[in-house]
Design a protein around this ligand. Structure first.
Ligand code: EPU
Length: 336
């Protein structure tokens, strides 16, 4: 366990925002968690993984726990599946590459998502027709109130679209140490998400492989999403909102090009990027922050912006979209 005092979290959040934490505690082993909480460790103000889904708007007068537990271990296999236990501190994309190398299928569509494995279940990360709940087996978390370990199977995580129990009832109360995935020995490629097929064609790929699908996803992401190492961002800032069909059909009369996907219970998931673009924000720059020019769902820090400024911009976007379309956008990122 390593402890740092009055430390700037700038290198530890993909938005690249400066924020002083009173202390930062690095936990790099599974045993480090009970050791911390059973000692005199106070409950943390923030648990940090890869810092990829976070908007820091103020200094933190308390402890920040950074979970850096490593390890990728094949724990069991049968004819069809491998069960792979991964430490919360493993970088998500490194895990994806490890799977591709070993011919374990299921996460190739989730290539290049920033962040660590421990944060992946928090918001059930998803992209290109895939969500981690489809390959999730179980996870192990330390409960900070009860001071004990608990295993969570699929139903107990309450996964939804960018949702889980760890973001709601158990926020900051269950610290994920490892996640076990159930991956497939035989690939069942999912390229139905339009852009993947187009990209594979453009790349001249005739025979699908985990590597080629991953490369296509990487290429699409790189063309639309800013690289956090160059321009601070946390991916989609908002969720795609769900509205009832009647509301969507009414909007479609006025805006025939509106983008929406049929959803359960006579509802439609609307492309928030389209709404924000149509509201006039795409590519808008306000000094050193703004809205990405290739994907309006992504807010960016060009360097030196304050989290509070980006938050104020998100507020303005929410209000403008609300008054223009009668739809309330919900933030996907965790605001501190
Ligand atoms: N669109 C616009 N203008 C924009 C952006 C998008 O009109 O500026 C429209 C496009 O017409 C497109 C549609 O919106 O047809 C959807 O756009 P895109 O395929 O880029 O996906 P998204 O719905 O904006 C979601 C996820 C992304 C994920 C992609 C691909 C959410 C909140 N975001 O974005 O996830 O990579 O699909 O599956 O669901 C993330 O969560 O951080 C993230 C990047």
């Amino acid at each position: 366990m390593e402890v740092f005092k009055n430390i700037d979290l700038l290198p530890f959040n993909t938005f690249g925002l400066s924020c002083i934490a009173e202390s930062l505690v690095n936990i790099s082993t599974r045993e480090g968690l009970p050791e911390y909480f059973e000692g005199k460790g106070e409950n943390p103000a923030l648990v940090l993984g890869g810092g990829s889904n976070l908007l820091l708007t103020q200094n933190i007068p308390g402890r920040v726990l950074k979970v850096e537990i490593p390890g990728i271990e094949l724990i069991r296999e049968d004819e069809e599946h491998v069960y792979v236990k991964v430490g919360a501190g493993v970088v998500w994309h490194e895990f994806v590459l490890h799977c591709i190398q070993n011919n374990w299928a299921g996460v190739e569509n989730l290539s290049l998502i920033p962040g660590n494995v421990g944060a992946a279940p928090m918001q059930n990360i998803g992209a290109y027709g895939m969500e981690i709940k489809k390959v999730f087996h179980e996870l192990e978390a330390y409960l900070t109130d009860d001071k004990c370990w608990q295993a969570f199977d699929l139903p107990s995580c309450h996964f939804g679209y960018r949702e889980s129990v760890f973001k709601r009832a158990l926020k900051n109360k269950a610290i994920i140490a490892s996640v076990t995935f159930r991956l497939n020995k035989h690939a069942n490629f999912n390229t139905s998400y339009g852009a993947i097929e187009q990209e594979l064609e453009r790349m001249g790929i005739q025979e699908l492989s985990l590597r080629s699908v991953s490369n296509a996803v990487i290429s699409i992401r790189q063309s639309k999403l800013p690289d956090p190492k160059k321009i601070g961002n946390s991916g989609s800032f908002f969720k795609n909102p769900v509205v009832d069909e009647a509301h969507f059909n009414k909007l479609r009369v006025e805006y025939p090009e509106i983008v929406g996907y049929p959803n359960e219970n006579a509802s439609v998931k609307v492309a928030a990027g389209w709404l924000i673009e149509r509201a006039g924000f795409k590519g808008k720059r306000y000094g050193n922050y703004g809205v990405h020019d290739k994907q309006a769902l992504v807010l960016v820090n060009y360097g030196g912006a304050k989290g509070s400024e980006i938050f104020a911009l998100s507020e303005e976007i929410i209000q403008t979209v609300q008054s223009q379309f009668g739809i309330t956008l919900e933030r996907e990122v965790n605001i501190i």
